[in-house]
Structures are given as structure tokens and as C-alpha cells.
Design a protein around this ligand. Structure first.
Ligand code: SF4
Length: 247
């Protein structure tokens, strides 16, 4: 029996995807079988992927993490996107018991007080729902791009997520923001109106601010933290994610 090394499998998949366009990458991955899940934050990159999934009717589950702290514009965009592409976007929400326990320990907005408290909130509102969203998945598609931040500069087309035991595919890894905007304009893709108001990266309302000219795209996320590698834990498999999940 041939034992497949998942890391080598991911590298081979990345090599294959590098030679395809976006629709080709998504179609190829959808054809691999198993449960293929795309997690969308409704950001402009994710809207490009959703547009391709919807337009080509690809058998990919489109899901989002409804944290309970999203901007009204983001919530409206979920509905608009479903309508435009005739698709269903499954909302995964945090457990009320977890929210209550967090509020009792840290306060409902305790994430401003420490990195630990922030990771704990992301753990409750994002990581635990993400685990449910990815249950049974074999492939996880994301909208990560190398140009989004220094922390994402090495994003591959495919990688093995050892923590979640699945292949993670990043079909927009080599796209820059200008190519994203051109695709949106050419194809009438609905996007969050906040992008035009200085919010290139949009997460939860209390943890996102507009950026200033010249700032990195993700500078408005958890802006009060100094760590250049700040993330919510969805796309890091190291200590921070582990801390967040355990809270
Ligand atoms: S982004 Fe902010 S509000 Fe949203 S889950 Fe993380 S800490 Fe909580």
C-alpha cells in the first residue's frame, strides 16, 4: 500500500495549481472529491472566489463565521451575495454559553485589555465555529494573498494544515490588490462599501478601523496591538491559535 505524505501531497497540489487560472484552480480542487469548504469573511478577495464558485456552480460549501460583532454592511453583503449568485452561505455562530463565560471572565469587550483576552474572544467567536464549519472537510479554501501583510508573504497555493488534518488551498496567493479590484469591476462582483471608506480588511466592528494612506492593508485590524504578526488564529497554527482555542 502506498502511504501518501500529506506535505508532499500539498506541494504537488500547489505545483499543479500554479499553472492554472482562478477558475481552473477552484474547479480542480472541487474535483478532488471529499468535502471542500470555502470560508468567506466577505472581504474583497473572498468575494472574487465566491463569484467564481457561484458563476461556475462548483460543488464547494461556502461558509462564513457570523461572530455576532460584524459590521451591518458585512451582514447586508452576505444576503446580497447569496441573491446575486443564487447560492447559500452557511453562517456558523458562537455558542451563547461560550459568550457568557467570556463576558464573565474578561468583560464583553475585554479584548482591548490584553493579547490573551483578545485571543480568547477570537477563540470563542471564530475558532470554535470554524472547527464546526470544517468538520469532515478534506480541503479548506481561503482568500489569503501574499500581499496582504508581511506575515502572509510566503503564502503557498496549497499547504497541509497539520492541526486540522486537511489541505488548505489559497487560490489567490499570487494575486495583487489591483488584479482583485479589476476582477470585481469587470465582473460586477458585490463588495463591502466600507472598502471605499478606507477599510481594505474588514473583521469585527470593535476590532477594525480604517487605515491611513501608506499603511499596510491589515494595519486596521487589532490596531492597538503592537505585534506585526497579529492574526485572529484562523490562519496560524502556532501557539497563539492554541491559546485561543483552549480558552
Ligand atoms: S475580532 Fe475582536 S470581536 Fe471579533 S472575535 Fe476577535 S477579538 Fe472578538
Amino acid at each position: 500500500m502506498t502511504v501518501i505524505n500529506p506535505i508532499e501531497e500539498a506541494e504537488a497540489l500547489a505545483d499543479k495549481l500554479s499553472g492554472l487560472d482562478l477558475a481552473g484552480r477552484l474547479s480542480f480542487v472541487a474535483g478532488l472529491g471529499g468535502r471542500v469548504v470555502f470560508t468567506t469573511s466577505l472581504g474583497i478577495e473572498d468575494q472574487v472566489i465566491t463569484a467564481e464558485i457561484g458563476t461556475h456552480r462548483l460543488p464547494i460549501d461556502v461558509v462564513t463565521l457570523q461572530t455576532g460583532r460584524l459590521f451591518p454592511e458585512t451582514l447586508a453583503l452576505i444576503d446580497e451575495t447569496e441573491s446575486q449568485y443564487d447560492i447559500h452561505i452557511t453562517r456558523y455562530e458562537p455558542e451563547q454559553a461560550d459568550i457568557d463565560a467570556y463576558a464573565a471572565k474578561y468583560g464583553i469587550n475585554g479584548f482591548y485589555e490584553s493579547v490573551e483576552a483578545r485571543h480568547a474572544c477570537c477563540g470563542v467567536r471564530k475558532l470554535k465555529p470554524l472547527a464546526r464549519a470544517l468538520a469532515g472537510a478534506t480541503i479548506w479554501i481561503t482568500g489569503l494573498r501574499r500581499g496582504q501583510s508581511a506575515n502572509r508573504a510566503e503564502t503557498p497555493f496549497a499547504e497541509y494544515d497539520a492541526e486540522r488534518h486537511l489541505l488548505k488551498v489559497n487560490p489567490l496567493a499570487d494575486w495583487d490588490i489591483e488584479k482583485i479590484k479589476a476582477f470585481v469591476a469587470d465582473n460586477g462582483v458585490p463588495v463591502n462599501p466600507m472598502h471605499a471608506r478606507g477599510y481594505p480588511s474588514i473583521g469585527c466592528e470593535p476590532c477594525t478601523r480604517a487605515i491611513k494612506p501608506g499603511e499596510p492593508e491589515r494595519a486596521g485590524r487589532w490596531w492597538w496591538e503592537q505585534d506585526e504578526k497579529r492574526e485572529c488564529g484562523l490562519h496560524v497554527a502556532e501557539e497563539a491559535a492554541a491559546i485561543a482555542v483552549q480558552q
